[in-house]
Design a protein around this ligand. Sequence first.
Ligand SMILES: [Zn+2]
Length: 95
Amino acid sequence: MVSPARPAVPISGYRSKMSKIVTESKLTCPVCGHWQMETMPTDACQWFYQCVGCHTLLRPKPGDCCVFCSYGSVSCPPVQLETERQGNSAVRHQP
Ligand SMILES: [Zn+2]
């Protein structure tokens, strides 16, 4: 028996910034267009999501880390953290 699920990826240093992270995402199914608000796990990436409309098992697109990055309105917590970190380190001074 082969399990398609990958082991959860722990996120180090995440909890201290949790207040800035959005954990609710609007997941839109690419097959039937049904959308649903879902709460993202804050300590792991979610690889699979079954659409409640058409019951299609969604998987992340190539290059995306989880279904929320591919189909959600908000990137997953790890990506939000990374984006925030890059944004802070790349502050540009406008003339
Ligand atoms: Zn669907």
